[in-house]
Design a protein around this ligand. Structure first.
Ligand code: PLP
Length: 360
């Protein structure tokens, strides 16, 4: 079976170069006669790898000096609790933008620890858009404002940063991290699982402004205290070493492509082509507000729902896989993270056009 074009929402496709390098180094990493998975995390080679991955992350994302970069062995969802535990800092309320399933899950978890103010909700807009910022209700005494820059399931993406004044802005960037350059200084904290744009499952990246650390809720488990991980250079517990290693390979790959500017161009180009195909067809549709359409995760529907299974089967047969929409929405979804080459999207579009012709 040749390699397929994998449009999975996550864990997601990886560049072939990255997989081949991992394969080549699998039995003998760094001339040690063993794999990276077998190396102790308190050894020099591992500590060097860890420090290098953190340094390269800082370089690629242009992280300012007053921010800490952490790699933690957990999933994005752990941060739904860690964020309030660490960032309430004596306050009792936090602001949340409710724009879809992921932000809802984050705010529901936060309710266990504080009063959650819904700044704005996309519910009345069918989560196909975001209410006008002029109508947002920001709470001046909120400890932070949390939002989800890319709602991966419904394909709703913010194309500008929310204006929240002095209150720290917190973002779940799991599906959009490293997909374009960002101004880190506008954020209080960013978290992201690495399994979509920058590696594999089991690891998350945190970028946090240092002055926000050190004031956790009293019952916070040690493992959920960002300060502990910061004090220990992300080596407090046994790290997810293989995942850290793969993220290191991904970072090197991103740099070889031309860094985040090149990623932004690639992701923009793939998205423009796919939406053009959808918008110029009589069979496919995407109902997201044009101002909030995601560059990364594109859900679309077939007007004739009866053709969906056939669409998926024929796509799979020519190596275009994992296009089934999220179980809550149905339809089709194409996720086009950093590692999805433009050629994969070209093939998808070609298939979509042929399928439409054959079934009209
Ligand atoms: C995929 C995704 C998650 C879930 O990540 P886990 O690693 O399963 O916790 C959370 N938030 C967003 C925006 C996602 O796209």
């Amino acid at each position: 079976m040749p390699r397929v074009y994998n449009f999975s929402a996550g864990p997601a496709t990886l560049p072939e170069e990255v997989l081949l390098q991992a394969q080549e180094e699998l039995l003998n990493w760094h001339g040690l006669g063993m794999s990276i998975m077998e190396v102790g995390h308190r050894t020099n080679p591992y500590e060097e790898l860890s420090a290098q991955v953190i340094a390269t992350t800082r370089e690629v994302l242009k992280v300012p000096d007053n921010y800490q970069v952490l790699y933690l062995a957990n999933s994005s969802r752990a941060h739904f609790a860690m964020v309030p535990m660490n960032l309430l800092r004596g306050k009792t309320q936090a602001d949340y933008l409710h724009t879809g399933i992921w932000s809802k899950m984050a705010l529901d978890e936060a309710k266990r620890y504080c009063q959650v103010n819904i700044v704005a909700s996309g519910e009345n807009l069918g989560f196909n858009s975001v209410p006008e910022p002029a109508n947002w209700r920001l709470e001046p005494d909120a400890a932070y404002v949390h939002y989800t820059p890319n709602e991966t399931i419904s394909g709703v993406e913010f194309h500008t940063l929310p204006e929240v004044g002095e209150i720290p802005l917190v973002a779940d960037m799991t599906s959009s991290i490293m997909s374009q350059p960002i101004d880190i200084s506008r954020f209080g904290l960013i978290y992201a699982g690495t399994q979509k744009n920058m590696g594999i499952a089991g690891l998350s990246l945190v970028i946090v402004r240092k002055d926000l650390l050190g004031q956790v809720l009293p019952f916070t488990p040690t493992m959920y205290d960002y300060q502990v991980h910061s004090d220990n250079n992300s080596l407090y517990n046994t790290p997810a070493s293989f995942a850290v290693y793969i993220t290191g390979l991904m970072l090197a790959w991103i740099k070889r492509q031309g860094g985040l500017t090149a990623m932004a161009e690639l992701n923009q180009s793939k998205a423009r082509k796919l939406y053009h195909c959808i918008d110029n067809s009589k069979l496919y549709s995407n109902s997201v507000d044009l101002n909030y359409r995601s560059r990364i995760s594109v859900p679309f529907f077939l007007h004739n729902k009866g053709l969906e299974a056939k669409f998926l089967a024929e796509a799979r047969a020519i190596g275009l896989v994992a296009l089934k929409g999220h179980r809550t929405l149905g339809g089709i979804r194409a996720c086009m993270y950093n590692a999805m080459p433009e050629l994969g999207v070209d093939k998808l579009i070609e298939f979509m056009q042929q399928f439409e012709k054959a079934n009209s």
